[in-house]
Design a protein around this ligand. Structure first.
Ligand SMILES: [Zn+2]
Length: 197
């Protein structure tokens, strides 16, 4: 069962819980920044939030409230004592998915436009697993043929071909044209609404 509570009640409850912990800084930070990780925006709970020093203590930062932020455990750990300006990059680098070195390197990457459409997901099936038995060993890709629909299909690596630079150009141009026509239609609609205002 999921318990539905509104945001205000949730924040009140968080603040109360924090008060019980005799920590008066947390409610201030929650009120100021919301229950989100300052770095990645991830929703926090009273159990998962950590207090992060914007300028690390080791680099001259203080314990004053203006130097404190709320962060998820992951971001807080990953940044270590990095300065704020280098933090997003460090967190991004450490958030990369690493796979075992004995896996083959995938030929295609996420977001790449290929012969069958655009790659929106990757999956590796190690030898000896049920997925490999059912779908074949190695990399398979989730490909979206038509951006207007949500449907994706799974394709084995050998069934995918890269596009030539000219083909990529053509695809991107087609997408630009499509969006441009949409913008024109929306602008016309907006103009119509304005006239009736
Ligand atoms: Zn985070």
């Amino acid at each position: 069962m999921t318990l539905q509570i509104d945001n205000a009640t949730y924040l009140r409850r968080c603040k109360r819980l924090c008060h019980h912990q005799k920590d008066r800084k947390r409610p201030h930070l929650i009120a100021k920044y919301g229950m989100r990780c300052f770095w990645c925006g991830y929703s926090l709970t009273p159990e998962t939030l950590t207090i992060d020093h914007y300028i690390p203590l080791s680099k001259g930062g203080s314990n004053k409230i203006k130097n404190l932020r709320l962060a998820c455990n992951g971001c807080n750990n990953k940044r270590g004592d990095a300065m704020p300006e280098e933090t997003p990059q460090i967190i991004a680098q450490k958030s990369c998915i690493r796979f075992p070195s004995h896996w083959a390197i995938p030929k295609y990457h996420l977001g790449q436009r290929v012969s069958l459409g655009q790659i929106v997901g990757l999956e590796y099936h190690p030898p000896g697993t049920l997925r490999a038995y059912e779908l074949g060993e190695g990399w398979s890709y989730w490909v979206c043929r038509d951006e207007m629909s949500d449907s994706v299909e799974s394709c084995k690596e050998e069934h995918i071909k890269p596009l030539s630079p000219a083909e990529i150009k053509e695809e991107i141009q087609a997408e630009i044209d499509f969006h441009a026509s949409k913008v024109t239609a929306l602008t016309e609609q907006l103009e119509e609404v304005r006239q009736h205002d």
